[in-house]
Write a protein that binds this ligand. Structure first.
Ligand code: ZN
Ligand code: ZN
Length: 250
């Protein structure tokens, strides 16, 4: 499995990065997890929009799903005619929520995408064995554990403190964990994690490596790293656009 960070900006895109988007590749299959605002342009540095086999949306906040609209337009108006629908896995209400973004009603979206509702539990998407659980966020949000040929990734999506995240990340090779906040007693609970909390979850789960993501531009990244490293003894790094992870890449 090869994981490319397409966008890792938390909550909104910034000058250096699109919002959340990760490209997972194995056996020629290309799965995009999240397609936040700004991501579709950046994604085309790594893959043509014709070559994307499936999309998973962790939740329906704009910084995780809005560029699906750009993807739909590109496929519909591509030279040679509209491309066949791509499977899009998302929370309940994905079609109803996203159709107005394209100026469509939910049924018309079926021409562009095959929308499939995510439910907690195991699923196979292409060559990937995926397990999802509900995260601790104000809207329905899924975290993912993705396994391919014995190598495992956990992705937190957006979450506050969560035992489900610890379960998803149990003994994973790589935990890609959101760290929107810096440690502060005034942080709103049950929305996002601080870098220290991300490190705490990785330690509890026994993750081998920790990559902090969903990084908010106004935070000092050195402080985020130091917070996580204070509670997690394994390697910790920051996600950045273009960084590649996977077996042999760490
Ligand atoms: Zn977010
Ligand atoms: Zn969110």
């Amino acid at each position: 499995m090869k994981i490319t960070v397409v966008g890792c900006a938390g909550s909104f895109p910034n000058a250096a990065s699109a919002a959340s988007c990760y490209l997972l590749e194995a056996e020629g299959f290309r799965l995009v997890i999240d397609m936040g605002n700004g991501a579709f342009g950046a994604l085309q540095r790594y893959v043509s929009f014709d070559e994307i086999d499936a999309v998973c949306l962790s939740h329906l906040h704009g910084d995780h799903c809005l560029d699906l609209g750009a993807f739909a337009i590109a496929r519909h108006y591509a030279p040679g005619g509209p491309r066949p629908p791509v499977p899009v896995y998302g929370p309940r209400g994905t079609a109803e929520r996203l159709a107005p973004v394209f100026g469509l009603v939910a049924d018309e979206l079926a021409d562009r995408f095959t929308i499939r509702e995510l439910k907690p539990g195991p699923a196979a998407i292409g060559p990937f064995a995926i397990t999802t659980e509900h995260m601790n966020h104000p809207v329905e949000t899924f975290g993912f554990r993705v396994e391919h040929q014995g190598w495992t990734l956990a992705y937190s999506a957006d979450t506050g403190e969560s035992d489900a995240l610890v379960r998803l990340a149990r003994d994973v090779d790589l935990m890609l964990c959101e760290a929107s906040f810096l440690d502060d007693p005034g942080n709103t609970p049950d929305v996002h994690l601080s870098a220290r909390q991300a490190g705490g979850h990785a330690a509890k789960a026994g993750a081998r490596d920790l990559v902090l993501t969903h990084l908010v531009a106004m935070n000092d990244p050195a402080r985020s790293l130091a917070e996580a490293a204070g509670v997690f003894s394994g390697p910790v790094s920051l996600a950045a656009p273009g960084k590649v992870f996977g077996p042999g890449a760490l």
